[in-house]
Structure formats: structure tokens, C-alpha cells
Ligand binder design. Structure first.
Ligand SMILES: [Zn+2]
Length: 248
């Protein structure tokens, strides 16, 4: 038995047995972990409200040999998502980003950059940043960190450098140059390509650029097409997010 103490963000929890919770959390150094929080469902639980999805915590757990599920010993709340939950769109956006990260993060794989993405996007939502811009940033960056987002610098076919406008070929799942582009390649509007470039900057700067809704929409469509092609399905909370965006 090896005790660990680390910072983590709770991805989701589910009720298990009568008094317990199964907790899925992301750590910077050990990737995504799963653990039992014994007694977490009882009223006098020592875990209190620290096991809420997207709460940033300091977590202590014990790893049992040959068991991928750890035993959670202590959870101290560092940052709650509660204020963002007061606002429907921020709250749904947070749930969606948690599912996105949960889907792509691997167990036992150092996930420092993915952890930072989740940490910064959650913080941006808490700070009142426009949720759709935060979601677009998270969607593109999650694909980049997973190594799935294609290069916007080199043609996927010939390796030559890409000029504007960018052309996306869905069949090849990549950007192609003017010479390699067939009729099926879709032109990416220049303001959308600019927004993609702007994602090299930290999220607060990206959000401050205030890209218009149609640019964010196109960015999200592109990321969505790449994500669905890779996963073979859509994220569960995608429809809920779309309907809340549609109603806002
Ligand atoms: Zn080419």
C-alpha cells in the first residue's frame, strides 16, 4: 500500500452501494484515477461537499497492489464550482468540459497539460468568461493534447506549407494545400483560422479577443467533426449543451 497525496479535479462521481461513492478524478502526475470514497453518501461524511464534479481538491488516497481502484482517504476542497452552477449555461458548459476531458484522458498517464486545460477552463467559467468561447477553447485543445487535431501549418497530403484560406478535407481528417485540395475540401473562413491561431494564447487572452458567435460556431463544428470521426460517437452532454445554447 502506497499513500499518495495530490492536487486533483473531480470529473464525476456515482453512487455505489448504500453509503459509498465511486469517484473519477484527474491528477497532474498520475492521469485519471478511480477511487472509492467509503461512507461518502452518509450525512456525516468526512468528505463533505468536496466530491462535487469539477471541484478542485487536495486528495489523499491509498493504492492497493493489482487494483486499479484506489481507496480515498481524505479530500480537502481547494475550489468549488458552486458559483458557476448558479448560471445555467456555465453549469452545463462545465459538465460538458468534464465529460470531454473524462473521455480523452487516460488512466495512469501523466496528464499535466490536460489537467491544466481543465483547471484553467473551469477557472475561466468561474470568473464569468463567456461559456461558449471557453467550450470552443477546451474542445480544440483537448483534441490537440490527444494528438488528434491536424496540423494547420503543413499539408496532410504533401507536407507543403499551408496558406490562407485553410482547406479541410474531412475524408483525410486534415488540412490540405491549394494543390492537393480536391473538390470535397471545405474552405475555412479566414476569421475562423485566425481564431484557431489565437488558441496558442492562454484562455483569458483568447476569451478577451471576443470572437463573434458565428466564428465560435464554425470552430466548434470543425472540432466536433474531428472529435466524432475519432470517437465514432458524440459526447452524451453535447445535446444538452446545444439546447441550452440555442435557448440562450
Ligand atoms: Zn499539399
Amino acid at each position: 500500500m502506497k499513500p499518495e497525496r495530490t492536487e486533483a479535479i473531480i470529473l464525476h462521481t456515482f453512487a455505489a452501494r448504500e453509503r459509498d461513492k465511486m469517484v473519477v478524478f484527474l491528477t497532474p502526475d498520475h492521469g485519471k484515477r478511480k477511487g472509492w470514497a467509503y461512507g461518502a453518501r452518509s450525512l456525516k461524511s468526512r468528505f463533505g461537499a468536496a466530491l462535487e464534479p469539477l471541484a478542485k481538491v487536495r486528495i489523499g488516497y491509498v493504492e492497493k497492489e493489482a487494483d486499479e481502484v484506489v481507496r480515498i482517504e481524505s479530500v480537502d476542497l481547494l475550489r468549488s464550482l458552486f458559483p458557476a452552477q448558479q448560471q445555467l449555461l456555465s453549469s452545463v458548459a462545465a459538465t460538458y468540459i468534464a465529460e470531454l476531458v473524462d473521455t480523452f484522458a487516460q488512466a495512469d498517464d501523466p496528464a499535466e497539460r490536460i489537467y491544466r486545460l481543465l483547471d484553467r477552463t473551469t477557472e475561466a467559467l468561474l470568473g464569468g468568461a463567456p461559456p461558449i468561447a471557453v467550450v470552443a477553447y477546451a474542445e480544440v485543445w483537448m483534441l490537440r493534447l490527444a494528438g488528434i487535431f491536424p496540423s494547420t501549418k503543413a499539408c496532410i497530403e504533401c507536407g507543403g506549407s499551408l496558406e490562407r484560406p485553410l482547406r479541410f478535407n474531412e475524408r483525410q481528417q486534415g488540412f490540405v494545400c491549394e494543390h492537393c485540395a480536391t473538390r470535397e475540401a471545405e474552405l475555412v473562413p479566414n476569421d475562423v483560422a485566425e481564431a484557431l491561431d489565437a488558441m496558442a494564447r492562454p484562455i483569458d487572452q483568447f476569451v478577451a479577443s471576443a470572437f463573434p458567435p458565428n466564428v465560435l460556431f464554425e470552430l466548434r463544428s470543425l472540432a466536433g467533426s474531428i472529435r466524432r470521426h475519432f470517437l465514432g460517437h458524440e459526447l452524451k452532454s453535447f445535446e444538452v449543451l446545444s439546447s441550452v445554447i440555442g435557448a440562450s
